[in-house]
Design a binder for this molecule. Structure first.
Ligand code: NAP
Length: 307
């Protein structure tokens, strides 16, 4: 039986591991299918405080993991496949085996939704990104493309005009899911060019490990063409990783955990940290802060229970 099991090994999970390990709770971190979380998919991170020259995303999460391990955190290269929070101790199925724990910190994140093109997957971190705040800076005076038609796409496109020469927003329909205010703001921005009824069929050039262009197709006329582009941002939504807690942990309709204040979920002893609850900020530093909060709450919960 564990004191605390942390689900997820991104910034939130690793920070929760550092804090709970230093509190001598010997945490177990279940790394998940996307070990290291979204930072493991990025290159240079320039906005995490403490690194004046920036730090590579994979190095940053790996350092956090090593830091947690130095204090006794244990990591499992496995995934939680089922959960039972109906009684205490809580039960988690890790790969094929059930395990008992007094507290749980859910830091399983939200995965960016991708278009699903093979070339797109190969170019993630090499010109393909799902985070303008993280990577926009690298595209000063460059041509940038953004895929999507919701608020995220409008927000990212607007943000990217601070850097890029031109931002082309590609959307598969001619109606937008984005709110009027966000859409109007993007429409008023002279640096944003809209391509509607248009889908992306390919991103070049996976063989060079560098984005050089995209193949587009108008779904009404059927016309296909290639456009040169230096950065390709996918903003078609995120999927919170909460399916294994369905029916037990309260979530909003899209699956994001509903916070009951601080790091608390609807089940006392089960805490949330990071993007699995946060659809607003989604930053490495905010996820780390949330991991710290969840760890402190888990520690206090255990103390109050006499552990
Ligand atoms: P969203 O509202 O679900 O929009 C996703 C967009 O991506 C839609 O336009 C959708 O097209 C498109 N899309 C989905 N799958 C696609 C695919 N396979 N290929 C091409 N296009 C695809 O997601 P979101 O923009 O991330 O927003 C999520 C939530 O956060 C919303 O509630 C939003 O209001 C909120 N948000 C708010 C702000 C803000 O207020 N500052 C900023 C960001 C997000 P279709 O329309 O054709 O389905």
């Amino acid at each position: 039986m564990r004191n605390v099991v942390i689900i997820g090994s991104g910034c939130a999970g690793n920070t929760a591991a550092i804090y709970t390990a230093r509190a001598n709770l010997k945490p177990l971190v279940v790394g998940g299918h996307e070990a290291g979380g979204q930072l493991a998919l990025t290159t240079l991170v320039e906005n995490f405080p403490g690194f004046p020259e920036g730090i590579n995303g994979p190095d940053l999460v790996e350092n956090m993991k090593l830091q947690a391990q130095n204090f006794g955190a244990e990591y499992l290269h496995a995934a939680v496949t089922d959960s039972d929070f109906s009684k205490r101790p809580f039960r988690l199925k890790i790969d094929d085996e059930w395990m008992e724990t007094c507290t749980v910190i859910i830091a399983s994140g939200a995965s960016a939704r991708w278009l699903g093109l093979p070339s797109e997957q190969k170019l993630i971190g090499h010109g393909v990104s799902s985070c303008a705040t993280c990577d926009g800076f690298f595209y000063r005076d460059k041509n940038i493309m953004v895929a999507g038609g919701g608020d995220s796409a409008m927000e990212e496109a607007n943000f990217l005009t601070r850097f890029g020469k031109q931002v082309t927003l590609v959307h598969r329909r001619d109606q937008f899911r984005a709110s009027k205010i966000m859409l109007d703001r993007a429409r008023r921005n002279p640096k944003i060019r809209f391509l509607t009824n248009t889908v992306v069929d390919d991103v070049f050039d996976a063989s060079e490990k560098l984005v050089t262009g995209a193949r587009l197709r108008n779904v009404v006329s059927g016309e296909a063409w290639d456009e040169p582009v230096d950065g390709f941002f996918v903003a078609i939504g995120h999927i919170p990783n909460t399916s294994v807690f369905k029916g037990q942990i309260d979530t909003d309709p899209e699956g994001y955990i509903l916070s009951k204040g601080g790091a608390r979920t609807n089940i006392p002893g089960v805490f949330h940290a990071g993007d699995v609850q946060d659809r607003m900020y989604r930053q490495a530093i905010t996820a780390s802060g949330a991991g710290c909060m969840a760890a402190i709450e888990a520690e206090r919960f255990l103390e109050a229970e006499g552990h």
